[in-house]
Design a protein around this ligand. Structure first.
Ligand code: C2E
Ligand code: MG
Ligand code: MG
Length: 664
């Protein structure tokens, strides 16, 4: 059966022919059944007996006519004559009806009666209307001939009736035989059709199985060609293809692409001493660990042996590759448990960046391999970029990160507060919190030197919360003074913090723990946050606003400066970037720009703060341009929270003095 099916399937014409045959077979059965059924219906006993009845009625009525004529002859009167005429007419109508009814289907031969009776009735009617030869219609001669004619016809009709009865029996017997034959033929035909259908269905199943099996093996072949069977990771050709695509994509997008070449340390020794089973198991676990360390969007592949590669795309700075390399090395330095044994290995990583270290996949791979050997030469368990400058940069970057973490732990970070004034009233309206790092060896380090690193390593999440908490705590003493309703302390929040999950609950906890009122806090965010499509950021900002916190856009003018989004976000304040204020006296362009920003901001009901005001000329110009508030060395350097308390103290002393002078 199996081989037969295979043979049949090998010739595609056979299934097609089968389907064709099945179709023709089904159509012929339908036609045959339809025709036979209508024939059988015509000869059903019930139809036959109705036909017999019709003809019997006719024969009886004809008999009546014969009797009527006989009566009329024995007792001639007008009345009797008219009875004959009526009966003649009745028979004539009946004949007509029978002719019409049976002219097309006449199994019993009823139409013959028409041929027998019609001429007789025609003659009788003519004679009784017009008379015969010279005899009157009512004359006995005419009636006698009519009687003879009617009797003759009646006799013949009776003979026919007898014949019809016999015919009916014959027809029924014949039908019974036909039905039997029909049933047998139907059984045979249906068996043939069923066998053919089952055959087709079986063929269909087999075909489906074969198609699936083909697809399966096709997928397997494709998988084997593209994936490593031990780790299920992409293999070299697959990786090279992805790398090529990433290089092409990288040319069009601002994100950077980097390639890591990873080689395990001491793998050969493990393989030689413990055997291939252990080696294979180690390779598998290494693949899993690398995959768990990188981002979902990055790709890890096994080139062969103990060599792995990682493709990093969309990096805002290639230096980030060093963080990932460090993480991978740390992960692979942890012990592996192989068949119950604890094994230690490590990894050497070479990194190339695109396009600096090569513009095609093979060059990048070759150079990453060379960089990996450089890492091996240094004793392994480390990484090297292809260029020594990048390695140096990465080293500084990672050292700074390490140092910053230590600084956090040892409480080396501190805060300055730079006063912000209302231009018109010269009143102290607030202060911006600025982070500093008191380094034990390097002295005071400004935020520009370390915030970026903290943002890139994610440490900013922790630092940012620390700043908020510490600032609110340090500013608590300010609350003892009569602060202006709009007085605020502004804290810088980086977009990385939002990405790291900085939300309402964190702020609420800070207010709860420090007792600082939310209405005196402003968060300084950057334009890039507002431009981000992520709706979670918008929701977070709205939540902050619900808490009573105000929002300021920092460094306005340096980013996208698209105005439409300002309306969509709960922003209160614009801080014009220092770079515009710097040249405001010399450059009429900058002046016009600042003027436009102020007009636009006022149109949107926003408060404008000018940052980095350093001279009296700048101050005069900004007053002329209707700027609301100012911040800069001209008014005050960043100072400690206690120094701001002193400013508030003298402010309130002055206000008190003014008040008492007025009352005096
Ligand atoms: P920023 O938010 O635009 O802060 C204003 C910067 O301008 C501060 O520099 C301030 O000292 C400086 N500045 C103020 N007035 C003048 C002036 O008249 N002339 C000049 N030349 N500079 C003036 P700083 O403290 O070095 O801060 C630099 C940047 O570091 C800040 O820019 C802010 O983006 C970031 N930053 C500071 N503290 C934090 C923080 O706690 N968290 C976050 N995420 N970023 C911070
Ligand atoms: Mg700021
Ligand atoms: Mg700024």
């Amino acid at each position: 059966m199996k081989t037969l099916a295979a043979k049949i399937l090998a010739r595609p014409a056979i299934p097609f022919a089968l389907v064709g045959l099945l179709l023709v077979g089904t159509l012929s059965v339908i036609y045959y059944v339809q025709r036979t059924l209508s024939e059988i219906e015509e000869a059903l006993p019930i139809t036959l007996s109705k036909q017999e009845r019709d003809i019997r009625v006719l024969v009886n009525d004809m008999g009546r006519l014969v009797q009527d004529i006989e009566f009329a002859r024995s007792d001639p009167s007008d009345k009797k004559f008219s009875v004959i005429l009526r009966q003649t007419h009745k028979v004539e109508l009946l004949l007509e009806k029978i002719r019409e009814t049976y002219q097309f289907s006449d199994v019993l031969g009823i139409s013959a009666i028409h041929a027998k009776l019609n001429p007789a009735i025609f003659d009788i009617k003519t004679w009784l209307t017009n008379g015969l030869y010279d005899f009157e219609p009512t004359s006995d001669y005419t009636l006698k001939l009519a009687e003879l004619r009617a009797k003759n016809a009646h006799q013949e009709a009776e003979i026919l009736l007898l014949r019809v009865g016999k015919t009916a029996i014959n027809v029924l017997t014949e039908q019974a035989q036909r039905i039997k034959a029909f049933r047998n033929i139907m059984i045979v035909k249906l068996i043939v059709l069923t066998v053919m259908t089952i055959g087709l269905v079986l063929l269909g199943f087999r075909l489906q199985k074969i198609v699936f099996a083909l697809k399966d093996s096709e997928e397997q072949i494709r998988y084997r060609a593209n994936y490593d069977s031990l780790t299920d990771l992409p293999n070299r050709p697959n990786f090279v293809e992805h790398l090529g695509e990433a290089i092409t994509r990288g040319r069009r997008s601002p994100g950077k692409t980097a390639l890591m070449f990873i080689d395990l340390d001491r793998f050969k020794t493990i393989n030689d001493t413990l055997g291939h089973d252990y080696g294979d198991e180690l390779i598998k676990q290494v693949g899993l660990r690398i995959r768990d360390t990188i981002r979902d969007t990055d790709l890890v592949a096994r080139l062969g042996g103990d060599e792995f590669t990682v493709l990093l795309t969309d990096l805002s700075d290639v230096i980030h590759a060093s963080i990932i390399a460090k993480d991978i090395i740390a992960q692979l330095s942890l012990p592996f448990v192989l068949h119950g044994h604890e094994i230690y290995t490590g990894a050497s990583i070479g990194i190339t960046v695109c396009p600096e270290d090569g513009e095609d996949a093979n060059t990048l791979l070759k150079n990453a391999d060379m960089a990996m050997y450089e890492a091996k030469k240094q004793g392994g368990n480390t990484f090297r970029f292809f260029t020594s400058q990048m390695t140096e940069r990465a080293k500084q970057f990672l050292d700074l990160d390490k140092d910053l973490r230590r600084a956090m732990a040892q409480d080396e970070l501190l805060l300055d507060f730079q006063p912000i004034y209302d231009l018109a009233s010269s009143e102290l309206m607030g202060a911006e919190v600025l982070l500093r790092w008191q380094h034990p060896d390097r002295g005071l380090i400004m935020p520009d030197e370390f915030i970026t690193v903290a943002e890139e390593t994610g440490l900013i999440d922790e630092i940012g919360l620390w700043v908020l908490h510490r600032a609110c705590a340090e500013a608590r003493p300010w609350l003892q003074y009569e602060l202006h309703e709009k007085f605020y302390m502004s804290v810088n929040v980086s977009i990385r913090q939002f990405k790291g999950g900085f939300r309402k609950k964190h702020l609420a906890a800070v207010f709860e723990e420090t007792g600082f009122p939310s209405k005196h806090l402003v968060l300084e965010i950057t334009e890039s946050l507002l431009m981000d499509d992520d709706v979670r950021f918008r929701d977070a900002l709205n939540d902050f606003r619900d808490l009573g916190v105000r929002l300021a856009v920092d460094d306005f003018g340096t980013g996208y400066s698209a105005l439409s989004y300002l309306r969509e976000f709960p922003v209160d304040t614009l801080k014009i970037d220092r770079s515009f204020i710097q040249d405001i006296v010399e450059s009429s362009n900058d002046r016009r720009l600042v003027e436009a920003i102020v007009v636009m901001a006022h149109g949107l009901d926003l408060v404008v703060v000018a940052e980095g005001v350093e001279t009296a000329e700048q101050d005069v110009l900004l007053r002329g341009l209707n700027c609301d508030m100012v911040q800069g060395y001209f008014y005050g350097m960043p100072v400690s929270a206690a120094a701001i308390t002193d400013l508030l103290e003298s402010n309130s002393l002055q206000a008190g003095a003014k008040k008492s002078a007025k009352t005096a």
